[in-house]
Design a protein around this ligand. Structure first.
Ligand SMILES: [Zn+2]
Length: 776
């Protein structure tokens, strides 16, 4: 076994992808530069934000000055900026990163070692901690704090910082969305001294996803997500991840886990106990250092892998959320105006909120101070107890490879089977790509077989649940059963932090089976599958249809996701603004117009609050008139989800949203998958091949047609029974028999109303054909 261990380390050592580091000699003797000496101001100065190239310059200046940091460029962002990760530790550790990466690889997969080797590796290894920041670009402290942290970690000589450098490897990603750093910087600079200083930019701060960029951690659609998964998680298998965020201004000053219920059931309990241990240790250290207003166990749950890849890959995720100012402009918050959240009221102390903040001025300096201290508390705790953190980390992976012999997993299947089906190749291929990128080993059955009394064809895909990241596969392939949670008995539903379902077989449209039997297959996992190109017949790479998409200056994330899907399929489109639509004469320019998901008021009125005159206003009365004229003249208007409410109202369509005035207490579905029945004779439903037709319902309308001579139902919810397939639904009877998709004739054209999100976060692939049908 010794030889095997040695060769595994050697192999890994040669495979480390990195940019050439400067030699120690090149870096000796330089003083550690301050951020101010490079970016021109101290991080935390009122009204000052850096550009991305300044942040990059600072990290390179640090690298030049010290052998304790190595800066890697992982690749290019969506808009072409360099994406950075900085490794910080003792110079001896930094000089041997490949060696430590090899140890971490072995600790992350107990199948590669014996128990005695693991014990030795736990002593020899370092605690690998990934710190990621600034995925949400308006949370601007997140772009300043990493520079402060890097300077401290590289340069400070106190015992605590030395212990961090000696016992850990900190991988610091200064921004998970570098494009957004400049989008926000430029907008903020242009707004300085105006009435809209400190407001959010009028465009998405990630080109395709906006704020949803941290909901991509299982679909891996964006290049930024892919770089972090491929170059950091899959190479380094971190044990602790600190993700730096900001929350609103009017609550607590800082959220630190534990998370509030519910916890997604496939997460190893060691990790959730570790989250609580680390979160409380941070709270303890910060409180003793005089920080006030810190909350635990509120607002943020641990339900979806979309935000918490770590929880399925051996790491604890420590989200921190510091209260915001107006970007970098200071604000004043009175104590009386502070508002409660779940479990915590910032005006009252309690077990999850030990000290109050008395209100007053709140600045970018406060944000940087809180964020820096919180991360230092995490690193201090990690370094102080590093051996125990490494030991429990390897225990998580030990449990993982035990599969259903591990405690608490007795009811797990031994094998998850995706039956081979030629008709569903594209969907299966896309799902396999996700699983493999998430380090799941997939095998292929070499012959037909039966398991649990079911027959499966040769070539079926097998996922054994005794493997390091089986929980990731299981969480993505099974249906979710979100618990019925209420604010109080008889009260409204307790809002989850995000959506409640992530079932790939329903989102993509393929079959899956969970079997108790262990199925024998080829012994080696499949090499990564090659993606099958996505094609929309008659639309991909075609100018036959002139398609426009509405871009509101109150940005809609669904608009960005729609652009991403169109771009993947190479379907050309033109972005048009409210001004373009209000100007009318649309049919001379376009055949079809898409209204992405957004609430009707925002579409009609545009951005709220102070904005320059050139950006003010939505479609208004003139826009509604222009759209009606466009449809009358033969155009196609396509409305996604809530935008359907706008179309119904603005064009006076013979359709009613039956959920318009229903209270959450009586009907609630915050992001779930529902069963629907399609009218298979309707050409708009062509190409729907999913074995269980499912639609993504998220604050959606459900329709009743008031004039059947003009409006045709394309899809409807079952007349009886619960339409819920995965996630959460209260009040199923409200939508029984109601329409989910309607085609309305108007003049020479028509309006297609989607009562769901057919291209939800670029994940609901099974319903993409409906979008293409509507546009053809
Ligand atoms: Zn955030």
């Amino acid at each position: 076994m010794r030889t095997r261990l040695f060769s595994a380390l050697t192999l890994l050592a040669t495979a480390l992808p990195c940019t050439p580091a400067l030699s120690v000699a090149q870096r000796a003797g330089s003083a550690i530069p301050t951020p101010a000496s490079v970016i021109g101001f101290a991080p935390g100065t009122d009204r000052k934000l850096p550009q991305w190239n300044q942040v990059v310059a600072y990290f390179h200046a640090l690298e030049k000055a010290s052998p304790r940091i190595q800066v890697h460029t992982l690749g290019k962002t969506t808009l072409g900026r360099p994406f950075l990760a900085a490794y910080i530790a003792d110079s001896a550790t930094i000089a041997n990163l490949a060696h430590y990466r090899g140890i971490q690889r072995l600790l992350s997969d107990p199948r590669l070692t014996t128990p005695s080797q693991v014990t030795k590796l736990q002593v020899d290894g370092k605690l690998v901690i990934l710190v990621t920041s600034s995925i949400h670009s308006t949370e601007v402290g997140g772009i300043l704090t990493p520079m402060v942290l890097a300077q401290k970690l590289v340069g400070d000589e106190d015992d605590n910082t030395r212990s961090i450098r000696r016992n850990t490897i900190v991988i610091l990603v200064p921004s998970l969305n570098p494009d957004g750093v400049d989008i926000v910087h430029d907008w903020y600079a242009s707004s300085m001294g105006t009435a809209w200083e400190g407001s959010g930019p009028p465009v998405l701060y990630h080109h395709y996803t906006g704020h949803d960029d941290n909901r991509d951690w299982y679909a891996f659609t964006q290049v930024e997500t892919q770089m972090v998964i491929d170059s950091l998680y899959s190479q380094w298998h971190p044990a602790i991840v600190n993700d730096i965020h900001q929350q609103g201004s009017s609550g607590t000053r800082l959220f630190i886990p534990p998370y509030m219920d519910p916890i997604e059931p496939n997460i190893d309990p060691i990790l959730m106990a570790g989250v609580a241990q680390m979160g409380k240790a941070m709270t303890w250290r910060l409180t003793s250092d005089g920080f006030v207003g810190i909350a635990n166990n509120t607002s943020y749950d641990a339900w979806t892998p979309a935000r918490a890849y770590q929880h399925y890959h051996g790491a604890i995720r420590i989200l921190t959320e510091t209260a915001s100012a107006d970007l970098a402009s200071p604000i004043t918050v009175s104590f009386d105006s502070l508002r409660p959240g779940y479990n915590v009221d910032p005006k009252k102390t309690g077990v999850d909120f030990l000290t109050k903040w008395n209100g007053g001025r709140w600045t970018i300096g406060d944000i940087v101070r809180y964020q820096t201290a919180a991360t230092m508390a995490l690193l201090t705790e990690g370094a102080a107890d590093h051996a125990e953190w490494v030991r429990t980390y390897s225990q998580v992976e030990h449990n993982a490879v035990m599969g259903n012999r591990a405690p608490g997993r007795e009811d797990w299947p031994a094998t998850i089977v995706i039956p081979a089906e030629a008709a569903r190749d594209t969907a299966i291929n896309a799902a396999l790509g996700i699983l493999q990128r998430g380090q799941v080993e997939v095998r292929r059955a070499t012959s037909a077989f039966s398991a649990d009394g079911k027959q499966f064809p040769s070539g079926s895909y097998l996922i054994y649940t005794a493997q390091p990241y089986a929980a990731f596969a299981k969480a993505l392939l099974e249906d979710q059963h979100y618990p019925n949670l209420f604010e109080y008995p008889g009260g409204p539903p307790k809002r989850p932090y995000d959506v409640t379902a992530q079932t790939l077989p329903l989102l993509y449209g393929f079959n899956v089976s969970f079997v108790r039997d262990s199925v024998t297959a080829a012994s080696t996992p499949l090499a990564p599958v090659r993606a099958i190109p996505w094609v929309a017949k008659g639309l991909s790479n075609s100018k036959a249809r002139r398609i426009a998409m509405f871009q509101n200056w109150a940005p809609s994330m669904d608009q960005g996701w729609t652009q991403w899907v169109f771009d993947q399929y190479h379907v050309p489109y033109t972005m048009i603004t409210a001004k373009d639509i209000r100007a009318g004469n649309l049919s001379s320019r376009f055949d079809a117009i898409v209204l992405p998901d957004q609430n009707a008021r925002q579409i009609a009125n545009g951005p709220r609050g102070n904005y320059p005159d050139s950006l003010k206003g939505g479609l208004g009365a003139d826009g509604a008139k222009a759209l009606a004229a466009f449809v009358d003249a033969g155009g196609t208007l396509v409305a996604f989800n809530s935008a359907s409410n706008y179309a119904i109202e603005a064009l006076s369509l013979p359709v009613k949203n039956v959920l318009a005035d229903v209270r959450p207490k009586d009907f609630y579905a915050p992001g779930s998958l529902f069963k629907v029945e399609f009218d298979r004779a309707n050409p708009l439903a062509a190409g729907m091949t999913a074995p269980t037709p499912a639609v993504w319902f998220e604050g959606s309308p459900a329709f009743e047609v008031t004039d059947p001579s003009r409006a045709t139902i394309v899809a409807r919810y079952p007349a009886q029974g619960d339409p819920l397939l995965s996630g959460w639904l209260l009040g199923a009877d409200r939508i029984n028999g109601k329409a989910a998709m309607v085609d309305v004739k108007q003049g020479k054209g028509h309006v297609v109303l989607f009562g769901f999100r057919p291209q939800y976060r670029a994940q609901s692939m099974s319903t993409y054909p409906l979008v293409w049908n509507a546009l053809r």
